[in-house]
Design a protein around this ligand. Structure first.
Ligand code: PMP
Length: 362
C-alpha cells in the first residue's frame, strides 16, 4: 500500500487509499457474516443496509431534494445516452443537445434513434476548447429536455454555471465531475454518471431523476430500460452490482469525512491550480487546450510545444512514476485527471516534474 503510484488515470481512476484498505479488511468477512459482501444475497439484511445507506449518503452529501429518486443502474453512462431518449423522447419530438465534446456527440447520436434532437449549441469548430456562453444556447419551450455534459473528460472543459431551462427538464451527464463540487440539483430533471471517476469502481451508474418525470415516461419500452422499473423497486428489480455499490457507499463516507462537497471543491481548486500555474507560467512551453474560462478542475489537458519533446515528456513522466498522463486516444497530447481521490501531493509532484522538465529542455 505504500507503493501507490501517482495515478492520473481518466477513468477508471484513483480511489481513496482509506477506502481500499477498509474494503481489503472486510473482503473475507464482512461484519462477522463469514463472507464478503460479494458473496451474499442482494436480498439479505446486510446488503440491504449497504444499499440503503449508500443512497442515503448520496442524498445527504449532494443535497438531493425529496422529489428526486436515486437509482443505481448498470450499463455505464453510455446506456444513459440511450435510456434518456428512450424514456422521454417520441417520434417527431424535439430535444436540445449542447455539444461540448465527443460524449455529447454520442448522446445526440442515440437520441436520433427515438426522436428529432437538435443541436442547441456546439463548440466543435473551436476544437471543443470552450463551453458556450449561456446566451448562445437556443432551446425550445416544447423540447422534451435539454441535454448537457457538465465536464468534458477528453477536452478538459467544465460548465461553471448551467442554463435556466424553466419548464423544460435539464438533463446532465455528470460522469466526470459529479461530487467534485456542490451543485443545485433542483435545476435538473435528470443527472446521470458512471461511477468510475469520482464515485467508485466501474459497474455502477448513478441516476438522479425528478419524480414527476417518471410519470411522463414512455411505457412501451423494455422493462430493464424503464426508469420506473428501477424506481419502483429501489434499484433492486434484479441483481444490482453489489460490490460496486458497497464501494460507492464507502467513497461517499470518505467524502463526508473530508468535510463534504465544499471542502472537496476547495481541494480540487488547489490541486488544479498548481498544475495550471505551471502551464500558464511556462512561456508557451506547455499550452492548455481549454480556454481559461472553461477549464476543468477534473481533467487538465495540455500540449508540450514540440511534438518530439511531448513524446519525451510522456516517457519520462511514466518512468518517474506518473500514470495516465497520455491524452485520450482520439486527441493525443497530455491529460492529468485530478479527481477527488487524487491527493494534492500527487498534483504538486506533477507540477514539480513539469517545471523540472521545462528547465532541462527549454
Ligand atoms: N460521459 C462522460 C463525460 C465520460 O467521461 C464517459 C467515460 N469516460 C462516458 C460518458 C461513458 O461512460 P461509460 O464508460 O460509463 O459508459
Amino acid at each position: 500500500t505504500n507503493q501507490r503510484a501517482y495515478n492520473f488515470n481518466a477513468g477508471p481512476s484513483a480511489l481513496p487509499l482509506e477506502v481500499l484498505e477498509k474494503a481489503q479488511q472486510e473482503i473475507v468477512n464482512f461484519q462477522g457474516a463469514g463472507m464478503s459482501i460479494m458473496e451474499m444475497s442482494h436480498r439479505s439484511a446486510n446488503y440491504e443496509e449497504v444499499h440503503n445507506s449508500a443512497i442515503a449518503r448520496l442524498r445527504k452529501l449532494f443535497s438531493i431534494p425529496e422529489n428526486y429518486e436515486v437509482l443505481f443502474l448498470q450499463g455505464g453512462a453510455s446506456l444513459q445516452f440511450t435510456m434518456v431518449p428512450m424514456n422521454f423522447l417520441s417520434e417527431g419530438q424535439k430535444a436540445s443537445y449542447v455539444l461540448t465534446g465527443s460524449w455529447s456527440e454520442k448522446a445526440l447520436k442515440e437520441a436520433k434513434l427515438f426522436g428529432t434532437p437538435v443541436e442547441a449549441a456546439s463548440t466543435k469548430e473551436n476544437k471543443y476548447r470552450n463551453i458556450p456562453a449561456l446566451s448562445e444556447i437556443g432551446f425550445n419551450a416544447d423540447d422534451a429536455y435539454v441535454h448537457v455534459t457538465s465536464n468534458n473528460t477528453i477536452y478538459g472543459t467544465q460548465w461553471k454555471e448551467f442554463p435556466e431551462t424553466g419548464d423544460v427538464p435539464l438533463v446532465a451527464d455528470m460522469s466526470s465531475d459529479i461530487l467534485s463540487r456542490p451543485v443545485d440539483v433542483s435545476k435538473f430533471g435528470i443527472i446521470y454518471a458512471g461511477a468510475q471517476k469520482n464515485l467508485g469502481p466501474s459497474g455502477v451508474t448513478v441516476v438522479i431523476i425528478r419524480k414527476d418525470l417518471l410519470e411522463k415516461a414512455n411505457t412501451n419500452i423494455p422493462t430493464m430500460l424503464k426508469y420506473t422499473t428501477h424506481a419502483d423497486s429501489n434499484s433492486l428489480y434484479n441483481t444490482p452490482p453489489t460490490f460496486g455499490i458497497y464501494m460507492l457507499g464507502e467513497v461517499l463516507r470518505w467524502v463526508e469525512e473530508k468535510g463534504g462537497l465544499e471542502a472537496i471543491e476547495k481541494q480540487n481548486v488547489e490541486k488544479a491550480k498548481v498544475i495550471y500555474d505551471v502551464i500558464d507560467n511556462s512561456n508557451g512551453f506547455f499550452t492548455g487546450h481549454a480556454t481559461e474560462d472553461s477549464r476543468s478542475l477534473m481533467n487538465i489537458t495540455f500540449r508540450v510545444a514540440d511534438e518530439e519533446l511531448e513524446k519525451q515528456f510522456l516517457a519520462e513522466a511514466k518512468a518517474a512514476g506518473f500514470v495516465g498522463l497520455n491524452g485520450h486516444r482520439s486527441v493525443g497530447g497530455c491529460r492529468a485527471s485530478t479527481y477527488n481521490a487524487v491527493p494534492f501531493e500527487a498534483c504538486q509532484a506533477l507540477a514539480n516534474f513539469m517545471l523540472d522538465f521545462q528547465r532541462k529542455h527549454q
